[in-house]
Ligand binder design. Structure first.
Ligand SMILES: [Zn+2]
Length: 212
């Protein structure tokens, strides 16, 4: 897909989608956004949350980064793009739900597994993926005991759990979760079958979401 095909797509958007949703777009600019959901997903081109959930403009406040990672709360004066977006969504927009969605064949996860054995040459990716080192080490220690474990898949699930745990290190998230004004959700997208899985909040296991 080149730029021409994107511009063709824009032309279709302007003639179809925008025309059908014109009032909504006008209203969203006039009254501002009031999304109820913060969606944290991977940058990966195969798992677009708006497509998967058929969401409308204004419904999802989105953070996409490599491997859908949430770092621990650390206000150290450095540039934290993900934490800044989370703060905007929670403290300014007052979203009611945060969904962290992992996905199949995640390149960031693959890289994290490769760097166990090889030295990485990347300028930024390595330190970013170090956010998930504890998840990787945990999964590798289980993998040693059970040969059948699909390490990549297990780590993709584990990173969702880690991101949810790290969200709870933000005081203003933990307080809202305790007050029940904010709910956290773990999802996983199986690309080939287009299937969504949801993490059980009690067992932390992922189960296929039934659809009508
Ligand atoms: Zn990914």
């Amino acid at each position: 897909m080149g730029i021409k095909s994107l511009l063709d797509g824009y032309s279709r958007f302007k003639k179809n989608e925008y025309q059908h949703q014109r009032e909504l777009y006008l209203q969203l600019e006039k009254e501002g956004q009031k999304p109820r959901v913060l969606f944290i997903a991977c940058c990966d081109s195969r798992c677009d949350p708006s497509i998967i959930t058929d969401a409308r403009p204004g419904e999802l406040f989105m953070v996409r980064n490599v491997a859908n990672l949430v770092p621990k709360y650390s206000p150290d004066g450095k540039q934290h793009g993900t934490s800044a977006a989370i703060e905007f969504a929670v403290r300014h927009l007052e979203v009611e739900h945060i969904i962290v969605m992992g996905h199949a064949q995640c390149g960031g996860v693959k890289l994290l597994l490769e760097t166990v054995e090889t030295e990485s040459q990347d300028d930024f990716l390595t330190s970013w993926m170090e956010t998930a080192t504890e998840a990787r080490d945990h999964i590798l220690s289980i993998g040693n005991r059970d040969e059948k474990v699909d390490t990549q898949l297990a780590l993709e699930y584990e990173i969702v759990r880690l991101s949810l745990r790290n969200l709870m290190t933000f005081d203003w998230i933990r307080e809202r979760v305790v007050d029940n004004t904010l709910q956290l959700h773990g999802w996983y997208f199986g690309v080939a079958k287009g299937e969504l899985h949801r993490m059980d909040p009690v067992t932390s296991e992922f189960k296929l979401i039934e659809y009508e």
